[in-house]
Design a protein around this ligand. Structure first.
Ligand code: PRX
Length: 647
């Protein structure tokens, strides 16, 4: 079958960091021949080492891999100080507020603000190396200052996405035993102020006893509750802080941050990233995948509460010394042209967003991009979920005017940075395809026993060699780390990292991601465990049993579909609103379900295992092809189907 393929724009390829597939294969072969030598070369070139490392990779305690042993660095130095000699007046962060207010923060100003914030944390709140600081912040520059200030003094930040509920925030604060919470009164969205501080107050009134203080940035100046002694006003305190804060000498392996994410079982996991390997790969992928040039202006629309915001709004762009746009609002407000107007106004060169956003922008304004001058664009990125070919085509043709590279970047919270992605100057791209593993990344599609899948066969997407920016641990739970990531597949007798995704390789070696093969669903690029949603639903007294599955959704990629069995004698007339209110409180609005139906029972095997595949088929209104004769009660399937059809 001939596949639709688009070759790189020759103008872009001529000056690209990696100019063609021969260069790509040369790099990848170099990594295969001398893995440690490959990484050493980049570590030596890219990182401002404050003391040299004495070993590249230590595999002796696998899967607890260590990189750049005994090396010393500081990530805020890597992102700020080392640029001051030649980039002091270059814009580091270009901020656009929801209401159109714009602020340019140069590297010199960023340095001053981060130093002051670091002094504030260190001197006023006694935050030091290894302490955990939770950030519950809107998309404002102070969020980036706080991240970098933590990095400067060696504190470990844990950002909780501003859409998470009180309960979710409390759980994350408690798991990390955070000493300080940094938040804001709120911010602006769709022209109106919204509030955040109350969620912090509620979380801390219910628990989070480790928290000694709350630092509050004033953004919208709306009235907020204030607890004397515990709450501190950032805007007031920051002005008197000293302009210089000597940075802490950090070990390569010292944790840089925690970021909680969902797995297929249990509560969210605190993914722990290390300093040197993470920042090295964040910087390298910025340079390769976005093909950055000195005067480029780069925009990633993610929220800093997700890994994309960490690596590709703050750490990667700043380590690479570029200008990164940070946007407080939503790309569809005041109208579907907002994002394109911003591209025009700021002459954006690289634009990075999620398939859901692309589908929304497409649906709301198919011809909207044509009204703006988007000629500055060179690279268009997508991340977080599979992109369907129609959305890809619109992005390529209408937004990119058929001359931009589309980089469909596959990666995860755990991988720290891009793993599989086209390279803008080299890779012939195909709609909906993440293409090839980046140089240095060994991605394989295998069976659990390590056998390579044949061309066209779906298998487990595994990374079969450790890589510098990989997850180091699950905070406080090394056993879960081993089991969750290294418990499903082996290669040559050794456990290898399994991503939870399925993938397929075609005859040309192109890798296409087929989606999660575990019980994780992806709604608008937000990753959620079905077990986590089920646990929240079970908190309702009337619920006897619950099963959650994903259902394909035109815009969101997937939506949540919930089957509920009520306890005997319970009637719940308004079950959908009732359960959705519970999910909003327990997890956040992102966990609300599109479908919630009450059923008389769930399809179970005689050993009591719920047959989710059947429930997934029913949610999709697909015909049931599975053998249901082994079910405890096969007649239940018809009853559930009838209910689902009515929903
Ligand atoms: O299923 C894959 C999907 O998002 C998951 C990772 O989610 P998270 O850790 O929240 O990180 C999202 C941002 C990196 C993956 O296991 N995913 C991510 N990128 C892609 C993708 N699925 C298909 N294509 C992608 N480009």
């Amino acid at each position: 079958m001939i596949k639709e393929t688009f070759n790189p724009n020759p103008e872009l390829a001529a000056n690209a960091a990696i100019k063609n597939m021969d260069e790509y294969w040369a790099l990848q072969n170099k990594a295969l021949e001398d893995y440690e030598g490959f990484w050493k070369e980049y570590a030596d070139e890219k990182i401002d080492w404050l003391a040299p490392y004495d070993q590249v990779l230590d595999e002796s305690d696998a899967p607890f891999y260590k990189w750049f042993i005994n090396g010393k660095l500081n990530v805020s130095n890597q992102c700020i100080d080392r640029h001051l000699a030649d980039k002091a007046d270059k814009t580091a962060i270009l901020f656009e507020g929801d209401r159109g207010d714009v602020e340019q923060i140069t590297y010199a100003q960023l340095s001053l603000r981060v130093n002051r914030m670091a002094n504030l944390l260190r001197n006023e709140f006694g935050v030091g190396k290894g302490d955990r600081v939770v950030l519950y912040m809107p998309m404002i520059p102070e969020a980036a200052y706080a991240m970098l200030a933590c990095a400067r003094i060696g504190a470990i930040h844990s950002i909780v996405f501003g859409g998470f509920s009180t309960e979710a925030l409390k759980d994350r604060i408690e798991d990390a035993e955070a000493k300080l919470v940094i938040t804001a009164d709120g911010a602006y969205r769709k022209g109106k102020p919204y509030m955040l501080k109350q969620v912090v107050d509620d979380a801390l009134s219910q628990g989070g006893k480790s928290v000694e203080a709350v630092l509050v940035v004033k953004r919208n100046n709306e009235e907020i509750n204030w607890i004397e002694g515990r709450d501190h006003d950032y805007n007031e305190l920051i002005t008197s802080q000293h302009a210089e804060c000597p940075f802490e000498l950090m070990d390569s392996e010292d944790p840089l941050f925690l970021l909680y994410t969902s797995g297929s079982t249990g509560k969210p996991k605190g993914v722990q990233h290390a300093s040197a390997g993470y920042i090295l790969w964040a910087q390298m992928t910025m340079e390769w995948v976005f093909d950055l040039k000195e005067d480029d202006v780069y925009w990633c629309t993610a929220d800093i509460g997700w890994i994309t915001g960490h690596t590709y709004i703050v750490y990667g762009p700043l380590a690479a010394g570029t200008t990164t746009l940070m946007f407080e609002g939503v790309p569809t407000y005041p109208d579907a042209g907002r994002a394109w107007k911003m591209v025009q106004d700021h002459k954006i060169n690289q634009f990075y967003t999620a398939p859901t956003a692309i589908r929304v922008l497409h649906k709301m304004g198919e011809h909207e991009p044509e009204k703006y001058d988007l000629s500055s664009l060179k690279v268009l990125g997508t991340v977080g979920e599979p992109i369907d070919p129609p959305a890809w085509k619109w992005y390529y043709e209408t937004v990119g005017n058929s001359k931009c590279a589309i980089v469909d970047t596959w990666w995860q919270t755990e991988t720290g940075g891009h793993m599989i992605s086209p390279l803008p100057g080299a890779t012939p791209i195909r709609p909906g395809c993440a293409t090839f593993a980046l140089p240095g990344i060994i991605a394989e599609v295998i069976d659990p026993d390590g056998t390579s899948k044949k061309v066209g066969e779906t298998g487990l997407l595994c990374i079969t060699r450790p890589w510098p920016s990989m997850i180091r641990n699950i905070w406080g739970d090394p056993e879960r780390y081993k089991k969750a990531y290294f418990g499903d597949a082996v290669k040559d007798g050794k456990p290898v990292y399994f991503s939870g995704d399925g993938a397929v390789v075609d005859e040309d070696g192109y890798i296409t991601i087929t989606g999660r093969v575990d019980d994780v669903i992806n709604v608008s690029g937000h990753r959620m465990g079905t077990a986590e949603i089920e646990a929240a639903v079970k908190k309702d007294d009337s619920v006897a049993e619950v099963a959650v599955v994903g259902r394909p959704h035109e815009i969101k990629g997937e939506s949540i579909f919930i089957y509920i069995v009520l306890k005997e004698g319970h009637i719940n007339k308004d079950i959908k609103n009732h359960i959705n209110a519970l999910l909003a409180a327990e997890i956040g609005n992102i966990a609300k379900a599109d479908h919630i139906i009450e059923v008389p029972g769930l399809p179970k095997t005689r050993s009591g295992k719920i047959m989710r595949r059947i429930l997934r088929s029913i949610a999709k209104h697909e015909e049931i092809t599975q053998d249901i004769s082994t079910l405890e009660d096969p007649s239940i399937v018809k009853e559930i189907e009838t209910k689902a059809r009515e929903a």
